[in-house]
Ligand binder design. Structure first.
Ligand code: FHN
Length: 598
């Protein structure tokens, strides 16, 4: 080949690689950037804690998702807003709020049994009702209800006895009870509100009461900031930190402040994130109690969610919504206890860990401590041979965490292969420990993704694709009911034939694999054709319609089985997807799923 042609070819390759390495760059930027917050010197306990309990409890708990004979779905704590209940009418609920079954010691014991290390409870949510004794407003549980006691005082004491860090959630701006509070536009004219007077007469005095009267607080969890400039927010933070310098303030204090980062509701970052952060999830579909919401995450789902969040380097704060009588729902108690039993045996793989340096595999995720990599095996390989790709360190020992039973292993280049012992196929998360020498390697976000016939499915998340042309990744936030937020990162804007995405795959077993595309597709994009290139073949598909896409409406996805691909030899392959011809956006691709055909 002419010298010039070689040069041009080299140049083209570099351009292609540069364009298609955007995924790796994004990953580097995301987790190298960390949370972007200045970490508090006392954040160490938080980063080690890994598992917190969120409690949403207020007058809304008594309404239980029902008002005037109508059932409400989604966030039960938003019922005043969803039903546009006049503040004066809503306040009357307090006159019958009498949670006689509330028992602080039982709640603290449940948290302890569940392996919870910190507990944050709503002291005042958007409804404006104080679940504590407040001199700043008589609209509180001691003055306005037949219960007449301060449950927060009891809970602060009970959690301290169990060595569980205690904290308050406080809605510092949204307050639907107050004429000058944020976001009640059905009783009050937003344009006439004086937020400054709301802060000075209620929010700041109540926050000072909370940071003064309940002992040392691990956390003050702010929510939905508003009505303050950055300078005013900084002043608020400084004045409150002066009362409790050791307490950690959540990033939802706003204006880029806070001592650790909270991601969106039900959101886990796509890539590992350095620093102190937490993901927050509901146990069912609502933060506040809804009598008819029994869609609780199973113990297995909680255990795997905790491991997935920890595998990115963060904490999971899981929410429960007690009812108006002060009882935590039966399924929350039962499933939290099951989670605690798992943590009792496997807590070493969660507490005090950082993100694992081996990215998600078909079998599960990893967490790490110096000299140890924890393999969280959600799915056991059919032949018991578990592959840990890209493990370059020297191995000292491999064993099952639960019973310390050693596991046979072998290294082949940068592959570590374990011969797993038998264990229950339906075990939610069986942890194996790899002890190694040498420094912990960096997060491996460049290796090819493993595809194996030993697992029922291999999911290729769209955000791991390399992009070429117009396509880009975009995270969508939406809720199906109301406020039960979901987050999905998709690849969008694949419109022209040249717009392609690709996955670098390492197929360890030859055979037939069914290709399933998980996507959302609206009126303008459906019935368009696409092309999948894989293992030397091309496969055609035509998109199906999943529903109309409008802002904030739910993205509905379909798992569309489009073809069977045959892989003749094990090895590295590229799986690419592009539109068959120029047209509208093909779809919003959530993932590509490969299923071995048996
Ligand atoms: O509006 C609130 C909601 O009711 C709930 O408290 C969640 C918990 O993170 N925070 C806000 C929505 O993000």
């Amino acid at each position: 080949m002419m010298k010039k042609q070689k040069y041009i070819r080299l140049l083209l390759c570099l351009v292609f690689f540069a364009k298609t390495s955007s995924y790796a760059q994004v990953m580097e930027e995301m987790w190298d950037k960390g949370t972007g917050l200045k970490e508090h010197p006392n954040v160490g306990w938080f980063k080690d804690a890994k598992f917190g309990l969120f409690i949403h409890w207020g007058l809304y708990s008594k309404l239980a998702g029902k008002w005037n004979g109508k059932n409400y779905y989604g966030s039960g704590e938003w019922i005043m807003n969803q039903a546009k209940i006049p503040a004066a009418e809503y306040a009357k609920v307090a006159s019958t709020f009498n949670p006689v079954n509330f028992n602080a010691d039982e709640w603290a014991q449940l948290a302890s049994d569940a392996g919870i290390k910190y507990l944050v409870i709503t002291a005042k949510h958007h409804e404006g009702f104080a679940m504590f004794d407040s001199k700043a407003s008589d609209f509180n549980i001691v003055k306005a209800t037949p219960y007449g006691k301060d449950p927060m005082k009891a809970l602060a004491t009970a959690t301290a006895k169990k060595n569980i860090r205690f904290g308050f959630y406080y809605s510092q701006f949204v307050d639907w009870h107050e004429p000058n509070g944020g976001r009640n536009s059905w009783d009050f004219d937003e344009s006439k509100k004086n937020y400054a007077s709301y802060y000075s007469q209620k929010a700041i005095p109540q926050l000072k009461e909370l940071l003064t009267n309940y002992g040392p607080l691990g956390i003050v969890w702010f929510d939905l900031p508003g009505g303050l400039t950055k300078e005013e927010t900084q002043k608020l933070v400084d004045s409150l930190h002066a009362l409790q310098p050791q307490s950690l303030f959540s990033s939802r204090v706003g204006q880029g402040l806070g001592d650790y980062k909270d991601f969106g509701d039900s959101e886990i970052p796509d890539a590992p994130v350095k620093g102190a952060w937490e993901s927050i999830y509901t146990h069912n579909d609502s933060w506040g109690y809804i009598e008819h919401d029994l869609n609780f995450k199973s113990p297995a789902a909680i255990i795997q969610l905790l491991a997935k969040v920890a595998s990115k380097g963060g904490n999971l704060m899981l929410n429960v919504g007690p009812d108006g009588n002060g009882r935590i729902p039966y399924h929350s108690v039962k499933y939290l206890r099951e989670t605690g039993k798992w943590l009792k045996k496997n807590g070493e793989a969660i507490y005090g860990t950082t993100y694992g340096f081996i990215p998600q595999q078909p079998w599960g995720v990893t967490t790490a401590k110096p000299g140890k990599l924890f393999l969280h095996v959600f799915s056991r390989p059919g032949n018991g041979k578990l592959l840990v790709p890209g493990f370059s360190n020297a191995v000292k020992a491999v064993y099952a965490l639960g019973n310390r039973q050693s596991v046979s292993w072998k290294k082949a280049g940068n592959d570590l292969e374990l011969q797993l012992p038998a264990f229950a196929q339906d075990a939610p998360n069986t942890v194996f420990v790899v002890e190694y020498t040498g420094a912990q390697p960096g997060y491996d976000n460049k290796s090819a993704q493993i595809v194996s016939g030993q697992y029922a499915t291999t999911v290729l998340d769209a955000h791991t694709a390399r992009l070429s042309g117009n396509p880009k990744t975009k995270s969508f936030t939406f809720s199906h009911y109301f406020g039960d937020w979901k987050h999905e990162t998709c690849v969008i804007d694949m419109q022209q034939k040249k717009d392609s995405i690709s996955f670098q795959l390492r197929v360890t077993e030859p055979g037939d694999y069914r290709i399933v595309l998980e996507y959302s597709c609206g009126q303008e994009g459906f019935k368009q054709e696409g092309v999948i290139g894989f293992a030397g073949q091309q496969y055609l598909f035509r998109t199906l319609k999943t529903g109309e896409f409008e802002k904030n409406t739910p993205l509905l996805f379909i798992k569309h089985a489009v073809s069977i691909a045959t892989v003749q030899q094990p090895g590295e392959y590229t799986l690419s997807i592009h539109p068959y011809q120029d047209g509208k956006e093909l779809f919003k691709l959530r993932s590509v799923i490969l299923e071995p055909v048996k």
